[in-house]
Design a binder for this molecule. Sequence first.
Ligand SMILES: *[C@@H]1O[C@H](CO)[C@@H](O)[C@H](O)[C@H]1NC(C)=O
Length: 148
Amino acid sequence: MPLPLLLLLTTLSAAASTSGAASLSGAHSELHTYGFPSGLLPSNIKSHSINRTSGTFLVEFDATCRITLPPDNYVAWYSKRVTGKIVENKIGKIEGISVRAFYKWWGITGIKISGEDLVFEVGLVTAKYPKKNFGEVPQCEGGKHSSS
Ligand SMILES: *[C@@H]1O[C@H](CO)[C@@H](O)[C@H](O)[C@H]1NC(C)=O
């Protein structure tokens, strides 16, 4: 096959495969690369960076963000800066995401993939939810880190 045609086809197929995910920002498609659903990060991402050697990453948001996690309606809160270390199927050393349970805020320290489930680690405690619950990128409900 002549090279220019091959290049054209490659370009076209690249365009086709990205257009399906046109609404996904870089950080959301980055999650897919590592095996995670894109719904783990809210939509208001300002910038992100990742070191592909170490897996350490930084995601910056326009503002703090509050979302309600399915299916138990736990309230999660994202600070303007979320950092951590991502490798295939595992995010560790997370800072900047908390979840409200038992009348307190708990830092989510890690998230793992286990088959069709996501396992959230809050210190030594874990909670498992189906990955498919996190298919949609959530919209922020507001930015108040309310303690009431
Ligand atoms: C990325 O991580 C590797 C391994 O920890 C480190 O050697 C390198 O300096 C980092 N690169 C940047 C740009 O921070």
